[in-house]
Design a protein around this ligand. Structure first.
Ligand SMILES: *Cc1c(COP(=O)(O)O)cnc(C)c1O
Length: 463
């Protein structure tokens, strides 16, 4: 049996570490819609984006055509510190579930940031330094992105200024200290440091913040500080591009053993890990070479795909960013405090939004207590303590495996295990104490937010 030859962990050698990122947009017939200038409604040009982003990253952002983009040696060497990441055959979980399904997961938690975010952080910091910049600003929610960026900036000698969503700043003091260990300066957001922060605080006194607010602050700071640019850890096309290393490695490892997944599952916050994992497989589907089922998993508390609108919206609450066409809950939507951490963004990657809209991908939403049940079940048999975000994917992978148990189908399931949950023990504690609740926004709340979507000339906002 071929299956018996497959090891628990499929490792690739350093030689096999990918040399190029794969740009899935090159294979999309319907390209993702361009970013628009909110003042004029015209597509953002290279020059429009220059005050905020570094030049090479803008080129990557706007490049819908180049299929393979070389990974510079310095980035590839940094990757070698923690990559190639293992692809694990979840034999123990399969046995525990009693399923005929074969389950694989790609583990991205093997670095200090505890997530896949380092894959893009090092790339973005590299291009910033290459341009001779002195620093970057960013936002962080749960803290993984801020940590990843701090690590990358420390390595390359760049300043790093992080606006951290206030409730996370208070709930996760150790995350903050990790960032400071790597030399970053960390400010709780909204803050009085920026004009937009002061405005948000005046309108919503006592707010514990959101990613959308923190983005506005970070963008303002970058645009007003010489030698600085802004970087973002998810949503953007360039981030999906860098994260394609996850999928390229996973596919290389599976190909070695002739394994072809039937279902590929990932959690979706802004879409970067899911987009990265599925990219090379999606490329095959788009080119008509092979069919796969792709499933995005999002929290029921922040259901951008399953209950959002496909419309142009602001990427941030302060409305200083360009407009992106994406599945969105509205940039005014501030999700209730919950433990989905990095999955609380109001919008979704324009690439994944277009693919979902065109029927290439499915999406489901799951409630957080069921997510933590899956997290615990997984930790007890596979050993790894998963991040709450990643556990959304675990939940649906288990559900699909249990479905196979009923039907007797021997499906092959691949999911992204994006990170570890060591900084999420308050959430685990709430779950264990039976104090976790499943907040789901009402239709009325969402409608109120949709009503405030920006009006873009020539665009029907209720697609
Ligand atoms: C940030 C994060 C996510 C969600 O972000 P995406 O851009 O949707 O991938 C998922 N898992 C972990 C561990 C994260 O840190």
């Amino acid at each position: 049996m071929a299956a018996e030859k497959i090891p628990y962990k499929i490792y690739l050698s350093e030689e096999e570490l990918p040399r190029t990122w794969y740009n899935v947009r090159a294979d999309m017939k319907q390209k993702p819609a361009p970013l628009l200038n909110p003042a004029t409604g015209a597509p953002m040009s290279f020059d429009d984006l220059r005050p905020v982003f570094c030049d090479e990253l803008i080129r990557q952002e706007l490049d819908d055509d180049t299929r393979e983009i070389p990974i510079p040696d310095e980035i590839r060497n940094f990757y070698k510190m923690y990559r190639p990441a293992p692809l694990v055959r979840a034999y123990c979980l399969e046995e525990k579930l009693g399923t005929p399904a074969k389950i694989y997961y790609k583990f991205e938690g093997n670095n200090t940031s505890g997530s896949h975010k380092l894959n893009s952080a090092i790339a973005q910091a590299y291009y910033a330094r290459q341009q001779g910049l002195t620093g970057v600003t960013t936002e962080t929610g749960a803290g993984q992105w801020g940590t990843a960026l701090s690590m990358a900036c420390a390595y390359l000698g760049l300043d790093c200024k992080v606006y951290m969503v206030k409730c996370s700043y208070e709930q996760k003091p150790f995350r903050r200290e990790v960032m400071r260990t790597y030399g970053a300066s960390v400010t709780p957001s909204p803050s009085m440091e920026t004009e937009v922060g002061r405005k948000i605080l005046a309108e919503h006194p006592g707010t514990t913040g959101s990613l959308g607010c923190a983005i506005s602050e970070a963008v303002e700071k970058a645009a007003s500080t010489p030698g600085y640019r802004y970087v973002l850890g998810s949503v953007l096309n360039q981030v999906l591009l860098h994260q394609s290393i996850i999928g390229v490695e996973a596919k290389t490892a599976l190909d070695k053993y002739g394994v072809v997944p039937d279902i590929i599952i990932g959690c979706a916050g802004g879409g970067s890990n899911l987009g990265g994992l599925i990219s090379p497989f999606m490329g095959e589907k788009l080119r008509g070479e092979r069919d796969y089922r792709f499933i995005a998993v999002e929290p029921a508390s922040c259901p951008s795909f399953t209950r959002g609108r496909f419309a142009y919206d602001f990427c941030d609450t302060g409305m200083v960013c360009p407009l992106a066409k994406m599945y969105t809950l509205g940039s005014n939507f501030i999700p209730s405090a919950n433990h989905a951490g990095g999955l609380r963004y109001h919008g979704m990657s324009p690439v994944l939004s277009q693919l979902y809209h065109d029927g290439y991908m499915e999406a489901v939403s799951v409630e957080q207590t069921r997510v933590f049940e899956a997290a615990e079940q997984f930790a007890r048999v596979e050993g790894i303590l998963p991040a709450p975000e990643s556990s959304h994917a675990i939940r649906v992978a288990i559900d699909e495996a249990l479905r196979c148990k009923e039907t007797g189908e021997e499906k092959t399931i691949l999911f992204g295990l994006t990170g570890t949950g060591y900084f999420d023990m308050y959430a685990y504690e709430k779950f264990h104490d039976g104090k976790m609740t499943d907040y789901i926004p009402t239709d009325a709340e969402l409608e109120e937010s949709f009503a405030r979507l920006p009006h873009v000339p020539g665009q029907d906002k209720t697609v």
